[in-house]
Write a protein that binds this ligand. Structure first.
Ligand code: NIG
Ligand code: FE
Length: 387
């Protein structure tokens, strides 16, 4: 059975061979969906009639957002820490341990319910692909169950085995890394697609991070890195060295980091809602774009630095604060996210892509940045289906 999504005022395909400019824009467009995939896309006057019709009445339609960075397996929140930060306390990542304690005490059922609640929030705001990390367990048992819970909801589950040195390993980070390499990764890797590490002063250094990422690679996982969030350490270059799909945060970069990224297939994923909520500096997106680096954007939903599931907010921040054009920002939060996850059938609406799309309560995608804070996502299709 075919579905015709009709009377699209402005369609973003992200396919320059189908429409105009880098976003592949088509005005007065239609999309035909069969078996959950885009079967045809073009001007509506040329569309074939279908059994089912979704008339969007002139609205803009965009590819569903691709969130390549979220931490949804956790319990509790850290609202007090946020309030203290807004009153002048710096973010030092130490609060991760508060979430660690709450998560270890939570049941699988509670963790699942929290994940579903947040994944639903993401979906209502237009996100149709979602990467989910573990990282608030930091024991073999708790990381294994965290990544298993994530993998029940997404194919993009990430084992963030080395997020913070857990309290029982205080002052013995190398011993924790040994546990991760020898026991945790073998136990948890079967549920994951990716390995990630927080490479940062106060978390894991470059050698420790390399050991974890190499063990993950050996277990068949793809590499991603939390890199250069708080300091200009070696995380970005380590990620490039190991062929990471993405290095994430990238706030503090040296010229050598930018050059390494520009000469690689590694995506730089920027997470401006984390910088917003920590009142930290924003990354220099223009420097990366001008150097030819592929840039993705994500919301980094987590209870510490960025407790938001709103990719429309991220688009608005990217335009206002990172000085990306609205077109660059929209591309980065859709096609860019797909590149960061090495997926080729999401993030665009070319023929054969998954029929994952968001219908906006607006005539143009420009309104995502132009009308910040307004719920502009009216309808979401995932694999051609609502809900
Ligand atoms: O992506 N930087 C490390 N990890 C998270 C924050 C985790 C937390 O504070 O709970 C991030 O910002
Ligand atoms: Fe993160």
């Amino acid at each position: 059975m075919a579905l015709l999504v009709d009377r699209i005022g402005e369609l973003v395909t992200n396919d320059p061979t189908t429409g105009e400019g880098p976003l592949g824009l088509i005005r007065d467009a239609a999309v035909v969906v069969t078996d959950g995939r885009v079967a045809w896309v073009g001007p509506r006057t040329r569309a074939q009639p279908c059994d089912d019709v979704l008339d969007v009445g002139g609205a803009a339609v965009i590819p569903g957002f691709v969130e390549s960075h979220s931490h949804l397996v956790f319990a509790g929140d850290r609202a007090e820490e946020f309030a203290a930060r807004m009153a002048g306390e710096p973010y030092a990542a130490g609060g991760i341990r508060a979430t660690l304690a709450a998560t270890r005490h939570a049941t699988d059922r509670d963790l699942t319910a929290n994940l579903i609640r947040l994944a639903d929030e993401y979906r209502r705001q237009g996100t149709t692909t979602l990467e989910v990390k573990s990282g608030y367990g930091q024991t073999v048992r708790d990381e294994e169950r965290s990544v298993r819970i994530a993998s029940a909801h997404t194919d993009e589950a990430t084992l963030l085995a080395a997020h913070v040195v857990p309290p029982e390993f205080e002052g013995r980070a190398d011993d924790y890394v040994r546990l991760v390499v020898e026991e945790l990764i073998p136990a948890a890797a079967p549920s994951a697609r990716w390995i990630d590490v927080f490479c940062e002063r106060g978390a894991f250094d470059v050698d420790q991070s390399r050991a974890v990422l190499l063990a993950g690679k050996q277990a068949g996982l793809g590499v991603r890195v939390h890199a250069n969030q708080l300091t200009a350490g070696g995380g970005v270059r380590l990620g490039v060295e190991l062929g990471a799909a993405s290095v994430d945060h990238c706030v503090h970069l040296t010229d050598a980091d930018v050059a390494a990224l520009a000469g690689s297939d590694t995506v730089a994923t920027l997470l401006p809602s984390a910088d917003f909520s920590t009142r930290g500096p924003y990354p220099d997106a223009r420097r990366l774009l001008d150097a030819g680096v592929t840039v993705a954007l994500g919301a980094d939903c987590n209870p510490g630095t960025s407790y938001t599931t709103s990719l429309p907010l991220v688009v608005a921040l990217a335009v206002r604060e990172l000085r990306m054009t609205p077109a660059e920002a929209l591309w980065s939060v859709t096609a860019g996210g797909a590149r960061a996850l090495r997926l080729d059938d999401v993030g665009h609406l070319g023929i054969g892509a998954r029929a994952d799309l968001a219908v906006l309560d607006a005539p143009s995608y420009l309104h995502l940045a132009y009308r910040p804070g307004v719920p502009l996502v009216r309808d979401v299709l995932k694999d051609g289906r609502r809900g």
